[in-house]
Ligand binder design. Structure first.
Ligand SMILES: COc1ccc(CNS(=O)(=O)c2ccc(S(N)(=O)=O)s2)cc1
Ligand SMILES: [Zn+2]
Length: 262
């Protein structure tokens, strides 16, 4: 059993990002810096297999941390398999982390370099665990694919999401979003790093197999600015722009980052 959520509330929190800075006894916290030269090529790592059914898309909502696109995870219609994983994992939601300016915003860094934003696709091990909530508490319960966003050409697939953001400007607003294929947000290169880590927001449980794509996707300035016009705050509250919603880097401790490529 992992740290229970209620034991986290008295810990020092990061001012901008209501997430405890440290977890007592935490040995596999996320995010981390990925030092390219220290990652170890593992020839036994398989290619990651992704098969998403766009019709499993349900809605977009602003949860006060980020905006999430949630999926129907009651069946195995949207799954990932292979890569470092021993089971197939079901897609539950994806969300982003971003900065107030383009110099930072990602959660993971590569050779201490920040990207302006990072996409997280959250999957859970429905082969072994009966519910997502149980999977969140187990070491092999979750698999999150991280994709870096870099400033460049406009991303047409992302634009359909961006167009919906004004409707979820405030915390706890939701809109229906019934067809979206997150595969369009994947870079073309299959290369990834993988390591054992945690959720980067409460409950910060050490239940995530991280799969971080080496190649970023390109988005343009207007698309990043659209993220930055979202609010942490509910309608009627004093407006706080939703920016810098990333957790500080955590110590690598006794972990090795493996790469699927040489
Ligand atoms: C007990 O019920 C629960 C337990 C946990 C959650 C949090 N939601 S979550 O697990 O999808 C994620 C939180 C942070 C993620 S990150 N940035 O590492 O990809 S994913 C919701 C309900
Ligand atoms: Zn995340």
């Amino acid at each position: 059993r992992l740290t229970s959520p209620d034991s986290l509330h008295h810990l020092p929190v990061h001012p901008l990002w209501q997430s405890p800075l440290t977890i007592p006894g935490g040995t596999r916290q996320s995010p981390i810096n990925i030092q390219w030269r220290d990652s170890v090529y593992d020839p036994f790592l398989k290619p990651l297999k992704i098969s998403y059914d766009p019709a499993t898309c349900l809605h977009i909502w602003n949860n006060g941390y980020s905006f999430l696109v949630e999926f129907d995870d009651s069946t195995d219609r949207s799954i990932i398999d292979g890569g470092p994983l021993e089971n197939q994992y079901r897609l539950k939601q994806f969300h982003f982390h971003w900065g107030a300016i383009n110099d930072w915003g990602s959660e993971h860094t590569v050779d201490c370099k920040f990207y302006p934003a990072e996409l997280h696709l959250v999957h859970w091990n429905a082969v072994v665990y009966p519910t997502f909530e149980e999977a969140v508490m187990e070491g092999d319960g979750l698999a999150v694919i991280g994709v870096f966003l870099k400033l460049g050409a406009r991303h047409e697939g992302l634009q359909t999401l961006v167009d919906a953001l004004p409707a979820v400007k405030h915390k706890d607003t939701v809109i229906e979003f019934d067809v979206f294929d997150p595969s369009c947000l994947m870079p073309s290169c299959p290369d990834y790093w993988t390591y054992a880590g945690s959720l980067t927001t409460p409950p910060l449980t050490e239940s995530v197999t991280w799969i971080i794509k080496k190649q970023p996707i390109e988005v343009d300035e207007d698309q990043l600015e659209a993220f930055r016009m979202l609010l942490f705050t509910s309608d009627g509250e004093e407006e706080k722009r939703m920016v810098d919603n990333f957790r500080p880097l955590q110590p690598l401790m006794n972990r090795t980052v493996r790469s699927s490529f040489q």
